[in-house]
Design a protein around this ligand. Structure first.
Ligand code: GLV
Ligand code: GLV
Length: 328
């Protein structure tokens, strides 16, 4: 052990019994059952703890990191845009995430949204529950056929590829945009075609976002790009809200797009009121990775990263920026 009885802050209750692995060697400060800590509280807690397990809703910015005693932050998510990585790296604070385990769960949820939005599932549910179902009708709730259509995947990482794998089973064509092109051997299993974002938006019937939120991707889908999408297309966002201009999306849903399926929002947990009014928007409360086994495994990963660090090893899920030593 690097330290005697390190103190570990856990900012929320986690599913499963992962924390038991800390045993008697660690002192656990869990905020389970309390309301989410604000920045001031986080700063105080970070000044006292040696390690922390944080949620994507905990804003770990420069203020929190200034005067922090924490040496490792294990973020309970694959995305880590809630942490100021540059400042953490400058202060030699390691950051880990939970990649891979949640890839299939998140791709499943993206597909739940694709099917719900294309086939108007929530509208149908509402008709039945409100007693308005009057019998089969040729033109009741006509939606979008998926077979032979094109899906455009923005961000062909692990989750993007898992979404592409499912798209093949639905008989769809696949195009993708990314900051780097995959190797031909990586593209081949999906028959996926690499295009620029403009072409992807113009040519896709379904556009699904799977890129991380960075300075480069913030609001890449602004008003102009949303209206440059194919008329009658569907937008799916299970990545991060600020990638899309929500107000412009509500406008595009009125006149240009067929539907949208969203799991994430610009100012989570707030949802733009204009979106709440659109019945062609399917809205979920950020549950992309919310399979029970997935969420329990994410907790084990976070704990294992912390334990590895205090055992003097390299944490297995160090974020890529810190593996290569490059910060951006
Ligand atoms: C969820 O959004 C995650 O980043 O894991
Ligand atoms: C995240 O897991 C990704 O690379 O898609």
């Amino acid at each position: 052990m690097l330290f005697k009885k390190p103190s570990i802050l856990v900012t929320s209750k986690l599913p499963g019994n992962a924390l038991e692995a800390f045993g008697e060697d660690y002192k656990i400060k869990s905020l389970a059952g309390k309301r989410a800590p604000d920045k001031k509280e986080l700063k105080k807690l970070f000044a006292k703890a040696d390690g922390a397990i944080t949620l994507l809703s905990d804003q770990i910015d420069e203020t929190v990191l200034t005067g922090s005693k924490v040496k490792i932050i294990a973020n309970y998510a694959v995305g880590y845009n809630n942490i100021d990585i540059k400042t953490a790296s400058e202060k030699n604070i390691l950051v880990t995430n939970t990649p891979d385990v949640l890839t299939d769960a998140t791709a499943d949820l993206a597909w739940a949204l694709i099917l719900s939005a294309a086939r108007r599932i929530p509208e149908g549910e509402k008709i039945v529950r409100s007693g308005k179902f009057k019998g089969w009708a040729p033109e009741l709730l006509l939606g979008m056929d998926l077979s032979h259509k094109t899906i455009g995947i923005v961000g062909m990482g692990r989750i993007g590829r898992a979404v592409a794998r499912r798209a093949l089973a639905f008989g769809m064509k696949i195009v993708y945009a990314d900051s780097r092109r995959l190797l031909p051997s990586e593209e081949e299993p999906y028959g996926a075609k690499f295009v620029d974002l403009e072409t992807l938006l113009k040519d896709s019937d379904i556009v699904s976002l799977h890129c991380p939120l960075t300075d480069e991707t913030r609001r890449i889908l602004g008003r102009d790009r949303l209206f440059s999408m194919r008329k009658g297309a569907v937008l799916i966002n299970t990545a991060r809200g600020p990638i899309v201009d929500e107000e412009a999306l509500a406008e595009a849903l009125e006149s240009h797009l067929f539907a949208a399926g969203l799991d994430v929002y610009e100012k989570e947990p707030e949802v733009h009121p204009a979106l709440l009014k659109m019945k062609n928007a399917v809205l979920l409360p950020h549950i992309g990775s919310a399979g029970r086994e997935t969420r329990e495994e994410m907790a084990r990963m976070a704990v294992n990263n912390i334990i590895a660090f205090f055992d003097g090893k390299v944490p297995p899920n160090l974020i890529p920026e810190q593996v290569t030593g490059v910060t951006h």
